[in-house]
Design a protein around this ligand. Structure first.
Ligand SMILES: *[C@@H]1O[C@H](CO)[C@@H](O)[C@H](O)[C@H]1NC(C)=O
Length: 446
């Protein structure tokens, strides 16, 4: 167990507290949920098994807090986010250690995830003051049949309470990518971290607590999906859900009410390799894209479609590189081979005789997150990119999310809405218009 002072502040005995109404609390259920270390297969941590009643209290506090938070000046909201970002970076080491123990993330990647998250929170604060500090001014005479008698002023207003549900593979980064846009836009936020990754996420929430956010503006709930899962996503006080994960997202979208949803549900990313590709570059990217973090990334390469004429040469290079991969504990930064089969390193390589076959294979999938093309012919790459039914196409690199301000979205079953800094801020706001009605020009002119 992490015995340092910070973690002690959010621990009760051997169980981590949950965060509600601006305080770290112990659930009245008297029950906990164990977090198994995937490397040792032993219980590493325990978190509170919260009750529905506790969720209700948290939601009410979030609802109330949001009203005054929305009236807090934008620059002040940004200032608090910058402060939280700095504290998060200061806590890099203990949070990264949690990530290694909870989700078997290699130590170096775990530290990177925390730093990247701090940078992201700051970037959201900066972008937020620009995006939210601007409105629109429209005049009525641009639409047929109207005189210039109406002026419309638009601004962006918050939605209310945003529910954030990040996945186990990036429990800190994909939590702040939901928290920061929600908060800068004047929403309050309730975080339900994945069980695997919950302690890292709670520790991150503690950084927001230390930054001094008003009570109820941010909350963190833990517990059993069977007890509070549907209860949270169908809660009448929730005004927006931002979810990253697997199939459960489809069930959530069917049960959620008439509220905006931002969903990223994974992919089956295809990699198309043409005859003129730099095969060395393609092979390294395929191995990196297919096997890093044991393939447990939604943007992992799941299938390679290679032109017949270069297939043997590519397979040889891929095999050589796979042979050099090492397996070991994540503390040593070795590549860890799958501990969850369907979301792990399996990499089929299919030979194609023309580009259309590759595109057809890519488009036949129900998923449409990302795809990649290796070729030196930029014209061909652009045409193939247009034909691939995926939210993003990478040219001459493995699929990946980021930099974090780039739009990130899936087509088909891969999701709803687009992420990325500006898109997430816009998604977590509504447009409010005020129309000034003037007297008719003839009257005014006398
Ligand atoms: C994707 O491929 C399918 C099958 O080859 C094709 O019918 C479809 O038009 C393609 N989509 C786009 C956007 O070109």
């Amino acid at each position: 167990m992490g015995g340092n002072g910070v973690l002690a502040a959010i621990l009760a005995g051997d169980t981590f507290k949950y965060y509600s109404e601006g305080e770290w609390q112990v659930s009245s259920s008297g029950k906990s949920v164990p977090i198994i270390n995937p490397t040792t297969r032993m219980t590493q941590f325990k978190v509170q098994a919260c009750t529905q009643e506790e969720v209700n209290k948290m939601m009410e506090s979030a609802k109330n807090a949001q009203k005054s938070w929305a009236k807090t000046p934008l620059w002040k909201r940004a200032e608090l986010l910058h402060k939280a970002a700095a504290i998060l970076k200061d806590h890099k080491k203990p949070i990264a250690e949690c990530l290694v123990k909870e989700i078997a993330k290699p130590a170096k990647d775990a530290a990177t995830e925390v730093m990247r998250s701090g940078d992201l929170v700051s970037y959201y604060a900066e972008e937020g003051v620009r995006v939210l500090g601007e409105g629109k001014f429209l005049m009525s005479d641009s639409f047929p049949g109207n005189e210039r008698t109406k002026y419309c002023l638009t601004s962006k207003i918050p939605l209310g309470v945003v529910l954030a549900i990040p996945p186990f593979n990036y429990p800190v980064n994909l939590a702040v990518s939901k928290i920061a846009p929600a908060l800068i836009a004047g929403n309050s936020l309730v975080l339900k971290p994945p069980t695997q990754g919950a302690v890292s996420a709670l520790h991150m929430v503690h950084c927001f607590h230390l930054a001094g956010f008003p009570k109820g503006v941010i909350s963190g709930v833990t517990g059993k999906g069977s007890e509070i899962g549907d209860f949270l996503t169908m809660h009448p006080l929730v005004n927006c859900i931002s979810f990253t994960g697997g199939d459960t997202g489809i069930a959530i979208s069917k049960k959620a009410g008439m509220i905006p949803l931002q969903m990223e549900l994974g992919g089956k990313d295809a990699c198309i390799v043409l005859e003129d590709a730099d095969l060395e570059l393609a092979a390294s990217n395929i191995v990196k894209g297919g096997f890093s973090y044991s393939g447990q990334r939604c943007t992992a390469v799941k299938v390679v479609l290679v032109m017949e004429s270069v297939a043997d040469a590519l397979v040889k290079k891929v095999n050589e590189k796979v042979g050099k991969l090492t397996v070991g504990p994540p503390e040593n930064d070795y590549m860890r081979i799958a501990w969850e089969e369907p979301f792990g390193p399996v990499l089929p390589i299919i030979r194609i005789s023309n580009v259309e076959e590759g595109v057809h294979h890519c488009n036949a999938s129900n998923f449409g997150l990302q795809g990649c093309i290796f070729t030196k012919d930029i014209n061909k790459a652009m045409l193939i990119s247009d034909a691939m039914e995926t939210g993003t196409v990478q040219i001459n690199s493995a699929p990946a999310r980021g930099p974090d301000h780039f739009p990130f979205q899936g087509l088909k079953d891969s999701g709803i809405g687009s992420q990325g800094v500006t898109n997430s801020i816009n998604m977590m706001t509504k447009i409010k218009s005020t129309v000034i009605n003037l007297p008719t020009p003839s009257y005014a002119m006398g």
